[in-house]
Design a protein around this ligand. Structure first.
Ligand code: MG
Length: 280
């Protein structure tokens, strides 16, 4: 056997024929792949550097910064709104109907007063990427200017607002966990320029109606951390203290119709499934 073949087999965790006898005598055949004579990690079924610990699933990152990696659920890639629905009005009240927001060249826009957009697919713990731009025609001020929102699980709002020279209350600024926490800093871009939100979200846990663990959110706003695993105090509410009401473990991602033609593009979500998943 050539040295190259031996190394290839060893890398695959397969002891070569000549090495099997050696392995029986000494189980630590290949320290490159781990150890079993090390201490156990407290509270875990693994040794330190355990060779049996599952390896993470291989995924392919996007070629472009901000693009969806291979395991993302792409909700909008510049095409159509087929991955979304909205709440019907008038004769369709109480129903979910096809999304009616305006689709442009690589983006879509809130169609004011037609209702919020909801993803057809539902998510719990997840990573979310969203890009948005405030309208260039400036009307009104404060919460009336470029208002929309990314509502995780249809209720935990990361505020979207024209934050450019637009005084408003701090916990309602762009990047705020609306009504709870202002962003740590304000990295807003001008109206018409694209902003990005990159979110890591831990869904709340309920035991029946009882809250067992609140939701936590990390938000990168234009690449800047504005919330760092911040506890969310409850569902978005206006002029009231937020509270939790039990809901399903997965819920739709929602984009808010707050009557302003805010634009969105490049939206994708990845489920966060936790550590030590069995290898496929
Ligand atoms: Mg809003």
């Amino acid at each position: 056997m050539t040295r190259q073949t031996f190394l290839k087999l060893a890398a695959a965790g397969i002891p070569a024929a000549g090495a099997r006898a050696q392995q029986a005598a000494a189980p630590q055949t290949n320290p490159d792949l781990g150890f079993t004579d090390t201490p156990m990690l407290p509270g875990l079924p693994w040794h330190v550097h355990d060779p049996a610990r599952p390896h993470p699933q291989q995924i392919r990152p996007s070629d472009k910064p901000g693009g969806p990696p291979s395991d993302a659920v792409v909700l909008f890639d510049g095409g159509d709104l087929s991955r979304w629905v909205q709440r019907g009005r008038g004769a369709d009240a109480g129903k979910l109907v096809d999304a009616r927001w305006k689709v442009g060249d690589g983006w879509f826009e809130v169609a004011p007063n037609t209702g919020d957009l909801l993803s057809r697919e539902k998510f719990g713990d997840c990573q979310i990427h969203v890009e948005w731009a405030s309208p260039t025609e400036i009307h009104a001020n404060s919460q009336g200017r470029g208002n929309s929102g990314v509502l995780i699980m249809s209720r935990y709002e990361m505020q979207v607002l024209d934050a450019w020279e637009n005084p408003t209350y701090a916990d309602g600024e762009a990047g705020a966990i609306y009504g709870q926490w202002p962003p740590l800093v304000m990295p807003a871009r001008r109206p018409g320029e694209w902003n990005s939100y990159d979110i890591a979200f831990e869904a709340p846990r309920f035991d029946g109606e009882k809250l067992v663990r609140p939701a936590y959110v990390t938000l990168f706003y234009n690449g800047v951390v504005v919330h760092n695993r911040k506890e969310i105090r409850g569902a978005m509410v206006y002029r009231k203290v937020a509270t939790y009401t039990a809901h399903a473990p997965e819920e739709a991602l929602m984009l808010q119709d707050h009557h302003n033609p805010v634009r969105y593009r490049n939206i994708w979500v990845r489920r966060l499934n936790g550590y030590d998943r069995p290898e496929a």
